[in-house]
Ligand binder design. Structure first.
Ligand code: ZN
Length: 241
């Protein structure tokens, strides 16, 4: 049985128990599998409706379980492993070919990588270079758009991408904006938040009241986005080794 939430979906195992009364229970296992346990008298449309009503809960728990597991296991760069791109999880598919050119493609929700020799180091190197190219392209384009919306700038400040262990971005005293290329793994609205935050520092170089007034005016509700990014930080930065 498929349960959907937003653009995510999961195939759930339905297990009907011998009991003829009782509630429909949903279990999310540490590997992210979802099982629906229903008494024997429940019809499948009833079970589906009950599961769908709890879709938000299911995906919150499932994503948390998968994230915890990913953090606990070092990246192996093998087929089946998931990697983030613009906030979505893509399943890695590794192809070994001595004749096809080495490449990385995003296709139908999968991240397909072709390498001449499928060893961990080679795949990691190829994938990281793909992420670097995508980061440079996406972050530069997006930065231009965001800068244009900001009223206090009449031209785009210089942007540099710099790998950082604990920060998403910074703004130097002479007005250069630094962004962490690992951001390309985060959702689009989180990337926008980091850009606007750093652009506010062009005016207010500290986290003063005036800084937050500016940020509020520019991006109302940024706090929710910041919390979302914070919750992903460890996971995304860990994938950026
Ligand atoms: Zn700041």
């Amino acid at each position: 049985m498929i349960v959907r939430y937003g653009d995510q979906e999961v195939s759930c195992l339905v297990r009907q128990t011998a009991a003829v009364t009782g509630r429909i229970r949903i279990h999310v296992y540490p590997n992210g599998d979802v099982e629906i346990e229903a008494p024997a008298n429940k019809q499948s449309n009833e079970i589906r409706a009950a599961a769908q009503r709890r879709a938000r809960w299911i995906f919150q728990h499932r994503n948390a379980a998968i994230s915890a597991r990913q953090l606990a296991t070092p990246r192996e760069y093998v087929s089946g492993e998931t990697h983030f791109y613009l906030g979505r999880r893509y399943k890695l598919l590794v192809y070994e070919s001595s004749t096809k050119p080495s490449e990385v493609k995003l296709l139908r929700g999968k991240l397909e990588i072709t390498v001449p020799v499928a060893d961990r180091a080679a795949i990691k190197r190829r994938l990281n270079s793909w992420y670097s190219v995508r980061a440079a392209e996406y972050l530069n384009t997006r930065f231009s758009e965001v800068t244009e919306r900001v009223s206090w700038l009449d031209r785009r400040p210089p942007l540099k991408l710099m790998r950082m262990k604990t920060q998403w971005g910074s703004c130097s005293p002479n007005g250069v904006i630094y962004l962490n290329p690992a951001l390309v793994r985060a959702p689009r609205h989180c990337i926008e938040y980091v850009m606007v935050h750093e652009l506010c520092h062009m005016v207010e170089h500290n986290h003063s009241r005036r800084f937050f007034d500016l940020l509020d005016a520019q991006l109302p509700g940024w706090q929710t986005t910041k919390r979302e990014l914070d919750s992903l930080a460890e996971l995304i930065l860990a994938g950026n080794d």
